[in-house]
Design a protein around this ligand. Structure first.
Ligand code: ADP
Length: 274
């Protein structure tokens, strides 16, 4: 499902004394099947943009198109809700939203509320636990008995239980140690490849953007200022600097190797230690 934004603007607290413009004239495309990273300095509008991608906010100006659904300032709540069936969002610290007495019930909660029969929801929960690399016996445990990394996986399973075709990730590795970060990022990489999930990652990590995505969208002061493959974006170093961003170490390292070996890599090679 392609997502496109045409001249999207967004104002928080519109028409109040606290009005604050967060997005201005954002035009961008996120192709179906891509893994797109959205990068930009704090306050550049990444989170606000993300909330437009699954119908949690509607634009003050312009059009957000998600598959066949067009969302404008006039769109009614019901249509926005429909979008949420197709686009799943994993917020920062998703484990804070776990609340049921068992993992199985927690994963089943969303689908059951959307009218999925109980047995089907249960079967989905069992499949997802496997897919996310959790042992079967977690299903009957309380989510609060699990380790931090396992809790995060359960919360992610709760989003995947809706069978979204687009998965939006807001800094999904926040608060994890390097090992946990890598495991979660590898998990999303795996899901993207095996489940053909269009993946949209909002990240502070230029390394993760280089390592995992095939497209990058750069936000600056509420506007989409650059769009392209990681190779294209990271070759425009001066432009990146003007948006207060820098080329990650792994990419610099790869360039040096290319220079020394005279060999050119097709895509950013993924060194292990970055
Ligand atoms: P980022 O995710 O890149 O840090 P945000 O989308 O959070 O950027 O913020 C974009 C702009 O909107 C910033 O100037 C921020 O202060 C403002 N903003 C974000 N959330 C709100 C809000 N709930 N009310 C008012 N202004 C907000």
């Amino acid at each position: 499902m392609d997502i496109s934004l045409q001249q999207v603007g967004y104002l928080y607290a519109k028409d109040s004394p606290f009005e604050k413009r967060a997005l201005q004239d954002v035009t961008a495309t996120i192709p179906s099947g891509s893994y797109t990273s959205i990068i930009g300095h704090t306050g550049s509008g990444k989170s606000t943009l993300l909330l437009h991608l699954n119908g949690l906010l509607k634009p003050s100006e312009g059009i957000v198109q998600i598959g066949d659904t067009m969302i404008t300032a006039q769109t009614k709540g019901k249509k926005m809700k429909e979008v949420r069936n197709h686009v799943g969002i994993v917020f920062q610290f998703p484990e804070h939203q776990l609340f049921e007495e068992t993992v199985e019930k927690d994963i089943m909660f969303g689908p059951i509320n959307f009218g999925v029969p109980k047995e089907e929801a249960r079967a989905r929960a069992h499949e997802l636990v496997k897919l996310l690399g959790l042992p079967d016996d977690v299903l009957q445990k309380s989510p609060f008995e699990l380790s931090g990394g396992q809790m995060r996986r359960v919360a992610i399973a709760g989003v995947l239980a809706f069978k979204p075709s687009v998965l939006v990730l807001d800094e999904p590795t926040a608060g994890l140690d390097p090992k946990g970060r890598k495991e979660i990022m590898e998990l999303f990489h795996h899901l993207h490849k095996t489940e053909s999930l269009t993946t949209i990652l909002v990240t502070h990590s230029m390394e993760d953007a280089a390592r995992y995505s095939d497209r990058i969208l750069v936000m600056h002061e509420g506007t989409a200022v650059m769009e392209g493959t990681p190779e294209e974006i990271y070759s425009l170093e001066d432009q990146l600097h003007s948006f207060r961003l820098s080329v990650p170490r792994s990419v610099r390292f790869q360039r040096q190797i290319e220079k020394m070996s005279g060999q050119r890599f097709d895509r950013i090679a993924l060194t292990e230690d970055t």
